[in-house]
Design a binder for this molecule. Structure first.
Ligand SMILES: Cc1cc2nc3c(=O)[nH]c(=O)nc-3n(C[C@H](O)[C@H](O)[C@H](O)COP(=O)(O)OP(=O)(O)OC[C@H]3O[C@@H](n4cnc5c(N)ncnc54)[C@H](O)[C@@H]3O)c2cc1C
Ligand code: FES
Length: 260
């Protein structure tokens, strides 16, 4: 993990409130694993805490990385006002990243993303494909209007969509897509990032599979294991005193390791 002032190469809007930003800097040399994140200082003196955002793509040759984020509050709104050439103070890469080594060439992975949990799944899918893993994507959005990155995922493999309002793909959440898929086949590993409810459902549906990896979101302060702001409880701990830190022990855990 290092800290660097990175330069913005480009910024574009993909959908309402959804932005894609590409950054360049030496920090990219450190980025290896899909599912890791960067911790970005908001360029505003009154906002002290950094904001964690997942790495969407790593391009070593161009020494760039890309993030996709949704404007939620003042921090992400400030990011959306930046343009090419502006500088950002970035710490990273942080977090453990998805385990792609548990799979062998020819095996099958389900890659599942919901809403703003979708960005890190793209780099994951790229790396799985490079290893010769067959990937099936399940992507869930609120509506067609806020959908993004559909073609990019389709270029990597089978991609199925669900929207809450049925305006694109199957109506409902990704659970509907998964239930019909597992009637025909069982994946060797499952990777997911999205809302807690979606992760809970996935842990339940694939409870017999040891290779279910969930990326958790917790509010963070330091981002590097020092402040305990981001803890998550572990199973079998009646006293409620044992926990794991999502920032440095995660954000990715096997489904059996955490209480959602
Ligand atoms: C590991 C990780 C990866 C993430 N990846 C992405 C991503 O790729 N794209 C994306 O759009 N968002 C991502 N998020 C969520 C993103 O960090 C928050 O939306 C963002 O921090 C909100 O900041 P804000 O100032 O706009 O909102 P505010 O609500 O004003 O933020 C106030 C405070 O709460 C924290 N906070 C608010 N919401 C969250 C949240 N959901 N998770 C963690 N901290 C939060 C902020 O860090 C800040 O300290 C990720 C979160 C985590 C933990
Ligand atoms: S955010 Fe400080 S320990 Fe995780």
């Amino acid at each position: 993990m290092k800290q660097e002032i990175m330069t913005i190469v480009s910024q574009k809007q993909l959908a309402p409130r959804i932005f894609q930003m590409t950054l360049t800097g030496k920090l990219v040399d450190e980025m290896e694993k899909p599912g890791q994140f960067i911790h970005i200082k908001v360029p505003r003196a009154d906002l002290l805490l950094r904001r964690p955002i997942s790495i969407n793509q790593i391009n070593k040759e161009a020494q760039t990385c890309t993030i996709i984020y949704r404007t939620e509050g003042d921090g992400t709104k400030a990011f959306s006002e930046l343009k090419a050439g502006d500088l950002l103070d970035v710490m990273g890469p942080l977090g453990n990243g998805f385990d792609v080594d548990c799979l062998k060439t020819g095996q099958k992975a389900y890659v599942i993303g919901g809403g703003i949990g979708i960005p890190p799944m793209y780099e994951l899918s790229k790396q799985l494909k490079q290893k010769g893993i067959e990937v099936v994507h399940f992507l869930g959005f609120a509506s067609k209007e806020v959908a993004y990155f559909q073609e990019e995922f389709m270029a990597l493999g089978d991609t199925r969509f669900a929207t809450d309002d049925g305006s694109f793909g199957v109506e409902g959440n990704v659970g509907n897509l998964l239930l019909s898929a597992i009637e025909k086949e069982r994946p060797d590993a499952v990777y997911a990032c999205g809302a807690n409810g979606m992760l809970k459902m996935i842990a339940h549906v694939f409870s017999d599979n040891p290779n279910v990896f969930l990326s958790l979101e917790q509010r963070m302060a330091c981002g590097m294991g020092a402040c305990y702001a981001c803890v998550c409880h572990v199973p079998g701990d009646e006293s409620g005193t044992s926990s794991v830190k999502v920032c440095d022990e995660g954000p990715i855990f096997r489904a059996s390791e955490v209480v959602l």
